[in-house]
Design a protein around this ligand. Sequence first.
Ligand code: HEM
Length: 215
Amino acid sequence: MDSFSTLIRTASHEQHVEAETSTFMSDLLGGRLGVDAYARYTEQLWFVYEALEAGAEKLASDPVAGPFIQPELFRLTALERDLAHLRGPGWQAGVSALPATRAYADRVRECAEEWPAGYIAHHYTRYLGDLSGGQIIRDKAEKTWGFEKKGDGVRFYVFEEITNPAAFKRGYRELLDAVRADDLEKQRIVAECKKAFALNTGVFRALGEEFPLSA
Ligand code: HEM
């Protein structure tokens, strides 16, 4: 039987392609959007990571989700620095969650509070993605909008404390393979992962509607 890390990756492959090829992501990576769209997207990420990381301290002692809580992954401080750069020092007063973002953050919070194994699905979907494809987005953002390399504006994509992302990802997959869950619970985690991808696609869809291309 496949390892759990392989299972979750292959089972969510289709959803990954869907998120990756969404109109908003394609336009962003194609350099067709203004920095305001990028800032709006970064705002949405703030709500998602607020939900992911607000519950992290409590989950750190959880037998199932605990091993996944690794402070070197935390993104909230980086996001706040990016937003201060993108929106100015008063950024916090101006941010708002799109309904799709609200739904996503609510689901993350619900898992964090009631279902630690489900939280792992959300943790995996975001952080392993940020360590992977996130680097492509960073490179594009730096080139398109002229942010300093790995500086303010793209700090979200820079994991200062992870010097070897490939090794970190290997370790993360080992954590997945060792997850304390029976087969049925693992299937539920996979289903939650697909849901996590769908929630991301929902946010992209809403952003795409807010930033349609005139051409
Ligand atoms: C245009 C945007 C994206 C690009 C270019 C992209 C690209 C990639 C690439 C190249 C990998 C493989 C890295 C490796 O083999 O280690 C990867 C993995 C991953 N991506 Fe994305 N991705 C994008 C969007 C997303 C989104 C929106 C999510 C979810 C929110 C996501 C979640 C993941 C996850 C969870 C993995 C790890 C798969 C695994 O090895 O288990 N990606 N991505």
